[in-house]
Write a protein that binds this ligand. Structure first.
Ligand SMILES: *Cc1c(COP(=O)(O)O)cnc(C)c1O
Length: 229
């Protein structure tokens, strides 16, 4: 089932890219394995997946350790507390969910200790929903300027999570706004904001049409999650 779902998602991704006149190779699929047991991740690996996204520190580290040495790549996509940074530094290729200067400073400090900068995305709360984490669009420039001064992080782009809506078209203005913000503030964070992490199972095609370079897809590949995600 995972292999079939994966093939279907990849086809839909490629179709969305071509509708937008984009090269499908510009869009990477992050398979969101949160709450999925190691056995499911191994099945996804057998189907060809190498890049996984996790949102809880403890759970992620257990899986990374259990699957070590298998050539898998891991991204952190969940809300991150400052006191947990020490556990995840060096374990993830990209942290999608940096939502404050404080957090970026902490990641930078630990990255400097290891003499290796950590790649991060700044999460933007485009919709302004009270319950969502993320930097407000009005604070993005300042956040990026602060991050540019941190030698232990490399800001590679922006991430957003739109408000839940069963209609994928509802996400379109949020995604296009994130793309505009990345264009407006390109270079302000010290480097190019080339990555746009946006789109989940319900709206990844719209996200790709609007410029996503990373889509984070769980349910459409594994089916409904076994636990709270
Ligand atoms: C759970 C989660 C996803 C994947 O959601 P699906 O709807 O299962 O595809 C993507 N991004 C983040 C940040 C998540 O927490």
């Amino acid at each position: 089932m995972i292999a079939d779902n994966l093939a279907a998602v990849r086809l839909r991704m490629a179709a969305a890219a071509s509708r937008a006149g984009r090269d499908p190779d510009e869009v990477r699929l992050v398979v969101v394995s949160k709450t999925q047991p190691v056995e499911q991740i191994a099945l996804a690996k057998a189907a060809g997946v190498r890049l996984f996204g996790e949102n809880r520190v403890q759970e992620a580290l257990e899986k990374i350790d259990a699957l070590a040495g298998q050539g898998l790549h891991w991204h952190f996509i969940g809300h991150l507390q400052k006191n947990k940074v020490k556990y995840i530094i060096g374990r993830f290729e990209l942290i999608h969910s940096v939502d404050s200067v404080d957090l970026a400073e902490r990641i930078s400090a630990l990255g400097l200790e290891r003499r290796e900068p950590t790649s991060i995305l700044i999460q933007v709360n485009v919709s302004g929903e009270a319950a969502k984490s993320g930097v407000r669009p009005d604070d993005l420039e300042e956040t990026l300027k602060a991050a540019a001064g941190l030698a232990g992080v490399r800001v590679e782009g922006l991430m957003t999570i739109p408000p839940y809506d069963p209609d994928p078209e509802a996400s379109r203005p949020i995604f296009s706004r994130l793309r505009e913000l990345a264009k407006e503030f390109d270079g302000v964070g010290g480097g190019s904001l080339k990555e746009l992490s946006m789109g989940m199972s319900g709206d990844f095609e719209v996200a790709i049409e609007e410029g996503a370079t990373l889509v984070r897809v769980g349910t459409a590949i594994f089916g409904e999650r076994p636990g709270p995600g």
